[in-house]
Design a protein. Structure first.
Ligand SMILES: Nc1ncnc2c1ncn2[C@@H]1O[C@H](COP(=O)(O)OP(=O)(O)O)[C@@H](O)[C@H]1O
Ligand SMILES: [Mg+2]
Lengths: 365, 593
């Protein structure tokens, strides 16, 4: 539904040329909820704005549905207002001189051929109901709360029933609690309407909970593209692993590769670990492994197999409410683990650390 | 605090001065309130009373000769209704022309990718350096029907018998005054355009609106309330203006309110009709008040649009494409017409031997003799000294007074601070001619009662100008003070500084650019403004430069006008440049003017 090919954007600013987007290629299937995730300044908004036609790419091609909306090589560029899109802006961009009703009716009034007034009324009311703003029709738009403005912006984006809807950090101006509620609501709504969504955010929780597929961006390039589970469990680089959540890293050498049911072995700076899969490596390769804190277990005394344990000493415990974060010193390095708050470990205890083979992710290169 | 026990005796001794200071602190704001009320109420009162006086001269005023005769005379005999109509056409025309020009320039500078923007941005505000009287005179020299350089050039080139354009007309009034409104309107429009979040327009595009529709349904609609407020503000300026209608309209008996009022007391060959002038001025004031009222209403409801400012806003310019060079051409043409051309014309007449069309011989006759002649005039030293003193006294008084008033309004819990706010805005709607007339009456009565000689002194002008320019500077000052976060002062108070030291050590330095800006701007206004001095001028004691130019022009001494004009404009340009460099902080560009 959305195809972006080798997109480049360069800005000429006073400080010289900024190469904001460097060869991004994205393909979004119809009905898919696709998220661009990355730190501030990595080029997410620029990519999205190119798709909307608000920014002109320096190179590359973009198509929406069957329509090529931009192709630098063939000198094609369809202006924003002829593209089949809806968009939710980070600042909401609610027009202060119009009422709630007129804000939502705006896209319908711009349609060709003209939409009948009764039809406009029906569709606006329908859209407002979907975002739970029924009853606010006559209110001037500035007299809405932040959350309501956000939903109004959403109603305006979906009322055209465009095939593609674009989101630029739509939740970043809401407070944490409202944001958590709105995340799933928004995904459900988009799915129910069968729209294809491209969603830009810098918040990994949003990306993981909402998306069908996530692309992590870094410095204008896509660092990894995968499903949320995949990207969480099998990050390909330190950058992706630590951007998506907390992570332990260790350097090591491959001792043996996995084959037919027997796990491979790596000698890490923590100690020897087994692993199941990962990019192809040969014996003797230097690799970096990543393990999430919640996958680092402390052995029950005497019960687990002593052979798979690495012995260490608890050096710090931080109470987080729903969990304990616990640092275990393993010789020269250390590892962070997450424990249930009822756990009885104390600083100074000697503990056995267990990492299961399926939880060891080997980073590419 | 901790050592109270040690010097208990001293504390008791110190208590009394502290109390007195407290008391003074309590009454000080009231004193200011009374002062400001008097500055507004006393002249208006004397104006209205004078309008009912049927004595021939102000100093023959007595309660026995009161009546409605003046109003009848003004309305029926003088046909003030015609003046009203003229004024309406002139004000509406000039405002529309001025605002449109300013809006185009502001849009080009703020929202487009026109090349050379910085030059336009810096150049347009320089227009305030050209005094209205010189601006109008320059246009007479260029476009007067028989001898205007442009008209003569046109007739010469085309062989036509008809002038290209007669500047002594309503069209000429609208054109000249409209151009004069542009710099301040531009300075007010730029922040308005800058504060508009471009994503509001992008959202329209993303909703399927074409660029034309976006401009109509979003850009215009959003800017409308702000532009309307600025337009009304400019209309007040236009209705107040005397110089342009005085030079371009009065000679052909094309009167607007300001010139009619002046004409009633200063018309060669007729007896001054003081009472009638007052009656006309009362009408005039009333209309100005109504417009100001609308302005205040409009500005008060402007917060509805405050969310025009959005977050995540990156400056983006509209691409003009092939229109880029025509755009900068148009902008440069404006600068040429309003700044360069008047200067060149005056320079020409100041250098040329006797007044004639530009030609080779004319250029050969160039000399400094007119400049020398100006300085040989006996009154010139006196006039210069008066002008400089007036400028310094006015600028300093206004700056200090507006600092105090704004401080009370913005930073204290003084009970009547809203009254003070409204009162300090009132003078904005009193036209200079009206205030001049009002002070004329007031000071004569005052001198009669007390035996003082305020009338005809330089101080009468200082008082008048202070009243006229106060509302502008109080507003500019309040805006700047609101932007100083109260925490900055609180931090100083926590360190144990008493209020006056906080004002002096924290407030004043932070506000320095604004203080300097207001000082320079008021100084420029004091030089430019001639309506009030024209009425209050009584010979050498308080004749100032503007009045001298007026009388030289009246006597047909055009070369001297040129010489004085060039020198005056040079000083004004220097002031305008220093205003840009030192005043109001660089980027705000006098947003509150
Ligand atoms: N109009 C512009 N002119 C110059 N540089 C820009 C412009 N817009 C964005 N950039 C630069 O491009 C980079 C990417 O910006 P953006 O796409 O907004 O990042 P993100 O949305 O990921 O935070 C940043 O370094 C930003 O400074
Ligand atoms: Mg962004």
């Amino acid at each position: 539904m959305i195809d972006i090919e080798n997109l480049h954007v360069r800005f000429d600013s006073e400080k010289g040329v900024v190469h904001a987007v460097r060869g991004v290629t994205i393909s979004v299937a119809p009905g898919e909820f696709y998220t661009l995730l990355g730190p501030s300044g990595c080029g997410k908004t620029t990519t999205l704005r190119c798709l909307a036609g608000l920014e002109t790419p320096s190179d590359g091609s973009i198509s929406i549905g069957d329509v090529v909306v931009h192709d630098t090589a063939r000198n094609i560029s369809i202006p924003t207002y002829r593209r089949d899109i809806g968009m939710v802006f980070q600042s909401y961009a609610i027009w202060p001189h119009l009422t709630v009703f007129e804000n939502v009716a705006f896209p319908l009034r711009e349609m060709k051929p003209d939409v009948k007034e009764a039809e406009i009324k029906r569709r606006v009311e329908n859209a407002l109901e979907l975002v739970q703003l029924s009853g606010y029709e006559t209110r001037p738009a500035p007299f809405l709360s932040g959350g309501q403005q956000q939903r109004l912006a959403l109603a305006r984006a979906i009322v055209r029933e465009a095939t593609v809807v674009l989101f630029d950090e739509p939740l970043s101006n809401l407070d944490a609690k409202l944001r958590a509620e709105t995340r799933l609501e928004l995904r459900r709504l988009v799915k129910r309407l069968g729209m294809t969504a491209l969603y830009v955010t810098h918040d990994q929780t949003e990306a993981l909970t909402m998306a069908d597929r996530v692309a992590v961006m870094c410095d204008g390039e896509i660092a990894q593209e995968a499903t949320p589970t995949e990207i969480y469990k099998r990050p390909v680089s330190r950058f992706v692993a630590s951007f998506i959540g907390q992570c332990n890293f260790a350097e090591g050498d491959v001792l043996s590769t996995p084959s037919a049911g027997t796990p491979g072995q790596i000698n890490t700076e923590w100690g020897p670990l087994s692993y199941n899969d990962g990019p192809d490596h040969n014996v003797g390769d230097k690799v970096t492994i990543a393990v999430r804190p919640e996958n680092v277990w402390l052995a029950q005394k005497g019960s687990d197999d002593a052979a798979t344990q690495i012995t260490g000493k608890v050096s710090e415990i931080i109470f987080l409410g729903e969990a304990l974060e616990c640092r275990v010193d393993l010789g020269s390095s250390n590892v962070i683990t997450r424990l249930h708050p009822s756990s009885e470990v104390a600083v100074g205890d000697t503990v056995g650390v267990i990492v299961k083979p399926q939880d060891v992710a080997i980073l590419a290169a | 605090m901790s050592n109270t026990a040690l010097d208990a005796g001293q504390t008791v001794a110190k208590k009394r001065p502290a109390n007195i200071r407290n008391l003074a602190g309590r009454f000080f704001p009231w004193a200011i309130l009374i002062l400001i009320s008097a500055m507004v109420a006393a002249p208006v009162f004397s104006l209205v009373v004078g309008a009912f006086s049927e004595s021939r001269l102000p100093n023959e005023f007595s309660l026995e000769t009161m009546g409605l005769g003046n109003f009848y005379a003004v309305w029926v005999e003088q046909r003030i209704d015609l003046v009203l109509w003229n004024t309406a056409v002139y004000v509406v025309g000039a405002t529309i022309f001025g605002i449109t020009t300013a809006a185009v320039l502001a849009w080009l500078v703020e929202r487009s990718d026109m090349p050379g923007k910085m030059w336009i941005y810096a150049g347009v505000p320089l227009g305030i350096a050209v005094p209205g009287i010189l601006h109008a005179i320059a246009w007479v020299l260029l476009l007067s029907p028989r001898s205007g350089f442009l008209n003569r050039g046109w007739m010469f080139l085309t062989g036509s018998e008809e002038a290209l354009f007669n500047v002594y007309s309503m069209g000429g009034l609208i054109f000249a005054e409209g151009l004069r409104l542009v710099p301040v309107a531009f300075l007010m429009l730029v922040p308005l355009m800058r504060s508009m979040d471009p994503s509001l327009e992008e959202a329209a595009a993303a909703s399927g609106a074409s660029p034309m529709r976006t401009i109509r349904r979003v850009t215009f609609a959003l800017l409308l309330p702000g532009v309307l407020a600025i337009a009304i503000f400019q209309a007040i300026t236009a209705i107040e203006n005397f110089e342009v209608p005085g030079i371009l309209g009065m000679p052909v008996n094309l009167h607007v309110f300001s010139t009619r009022v002046f004409n009633l007391i200063d018309n060669i060959g007729t007896i001054p009709a003081f009472g009638q002038a007052n009656a006309a001025a009362v009408f005039y004031l009333f209309i100005a008040l109504i417009i100001s009222f609308f302005y205040l209403r409009l500005v008060r409801h402007s917060e509805r649009y405050s969310i025009i400012t959005g977050k995540g806003y990156t400056p983006r310019a509209v691409r003009l494409g092939k229109w880029r060079y025509p755009a900068i051409g148009l902008a440069l043409l404006y600068l040429f017409v309003t700044i360069v051309l008047p200067f060149l014309v005056l320079l020409y007449v100041s250098l040329v031997g006797y007044l004639r069309q530009p030609s080779i011989e004319a250029f050969q006759s160039f000399s400094w003799s007119h400049y020398e002649a100006v300085f040989r005039q006996p009154r010139v030293g006196r006039v210069l000294w008066n002008t400089v003193s007036l400028t310094f006294l006015t600028a300093t008084t206004v700056t200090v007074l507006s600092f105090i008033v704004a401080y009370i309004i913005v930073r204290t819990r003084f009970r009547a601070r809203y009254a003070l706010d409204v009162l300090s805005f009132m003078p904005h709607s009193i036209p200079g001619i009206v205030l001049g007339l009002a002070l004329f009456w007031l000071l004569i009565q005052f001198d009669n009662l007390t035996g003082a000689s305020t009338f005809g002194s330089l101080y009468s002008l200082v008082i008048g100008f202070t009243i006229l320019f106060l509302s502008y500077s109080v507003r500019a000052m309040s805006v700047a003070m609101i932007q100083v976060h109260p925490d900055l002062e609180d931090a100083a108070k926590m360190c144990g500084a008493p209020p006056w030291r906080v004002a002096l050590r924290i407030f004043a330095p932070l506000l320095m650019p604004t203080l300097v800006g207001i000082w320079i701007y008021v100084a420029m206004l004091s030089v430019r403004f001639i309506s009030l001095p024209l009425i209050l001028s009584q010979g050498g004691n308080n004749e100032v430069l503007g009045v001298m130019i007026w009388s030289l022009w009246d006597n047909g001494n055009i070369n001297s006008v040129g010489a004085i004009g060039i020198m005056l404009m040079s000083v004004m340009f220097a002031l305008a440049l220093s205003l840009r460099m030192f005043g109001f902080g660089q980027n705000k560009g006098g947003g509150a003017i």
